[in-house]
Design a protein around this ligand. Structure first.
Ligand code: AMP
Ligand code: MN
Ligand code: MN
Ligand code: MN
Length: 284
């Protein structure tokens, strides 16, 4: 490895415990091969893969950060908050995850029913198949719809069957952003606003979201993401400076077959931005 390789980090990744396709061990192996030195596993609403990922990172000599990506809601919109240095043994945090996972399962069953009745698809069967994972998501259903020939790819499956106004649309109804933030804070995790450039919000709306996030104890914005345009990077960097937030960086990697978000980001940031790595403790 050359010296610059030590600078690669990734604070946003998924394994097959949520909607990623790799096992934690395979994810770590791939990250290692790409010169990632510090890796967080941040599955949607579950900590089920953390022990495996930590063991694999230890074996590979990589620094591991226990993480999660919480599903939340703000002004009727789904918002994702990454928690870094989560404590899986914290009771209130565990109870919060259990509640979200229960909602994931009922939502998936409701989507299955709708696909069956309104879409004339084997929705119940597909929902039952999707529900076999720790944190079932709509992406699981989308992949099954592709597998069965009901869509050409997952994007089409969303557009045709799962998005708003389609046969299988069921509103998410996640916990309020302030509740997700409170449980991260109370359990000692660092809250990071996930992919702020991807929400469908006006500039003013995004500013209000970030203000609410700061009010609730948020510490960082994902300011360097795979697939981010220079314009988006500028917008988010400005928000970091304005609200005195740290910058996090990650790929949001799900699947080796998706080429646009490979594992690993540079630690180098735009002027005036401080990396969230400064706030991570040596342990956990
Ligand atoms: P859920 O949290 O169950 O609503 O599922 C959302 C997951 O599906 C996200 O984390 C993405 O990985 C994926 N996803 C959401 N929308 C789309 C889309 N339009 N096309 C492809 N994947 C999507
Ligand atoms: Mn996902
Ligand atoms: Mn997300
Ligand atoms: Mn993600």
């Amino acid at each position: 490895m050359d010296a610059s390789a030590e600078l690669l980090v990734d604070f946003h990744t998924h394994s097959h415990y949520s909607d990623g396709v790799l096992s934690p061990a395979a994810l770590v192996e791939r990250a290692h091969a790409r010169n990632v030195g510090t890796l967080a596993l941040t599955d949607h609403d579950t900590v089920a893969g953390l022990d495996e990922a930590r063991a694999a990172c230890d074996a590979a000599g990589m620094r591991f950060v226990a993480g999660v990506e919480l599903s939340a809601q703000w002004r009727g919109q789904p918002i994702h908050v990454v928690g870094l240095q989560v404590d899986p043994a914290h009771a209130a945090f565990g109870a919060h995850l259990a509640g979200v996972l229960a909602r994931r399962r009922t939502r998936l069953a409701e989507i299955g029913e709708r696909l069956e009745k309104r879409g004339r698809l084997p929705g119940r069967e597909l929902a039952a198949l999707a529900a076999t994972t720790a944190a079932p998501t709509r992406l699981h259903l989308a992949r099954l719809l592709v597998e069965r020939g009901h869509a050409g790819d997952t994007q089409e499956a969303f557009d045709r069957w799962l998005n708003k106004d389609k046969a299988g649309h069921v509103p998410a109804e996640w916990p309020a952003l302030s509740d997700a933030m409170a449980v991260l804070r109370d359990s000692g995790a660092l809250p990071v606003l996930a992919h702020p450039h991807r929400y469908r919000l006006s500039a003013g709306g995004l500013r209000e979201l970030v203000a609410a996030f700061v009010q609730d104890g948020g510490v960082a914005l994902e300011a360097s993401m795979a697939g981010m345009s220079p314009n988006d990077a500028d917008r988010i960097a400005s928000l970091c400076r304005r609200f005195k937030l740290l910058a996090s960086m990650g790929s949001d990697f799900h699947d080796p077959a998706v080429p646009w978000n490979p594992l690993g980001r540079w630690l180098k940031l735009a002027a005036g931005l401080e990396p969230v790595t400064d706030r991570l403790t040596a342990t956990r």
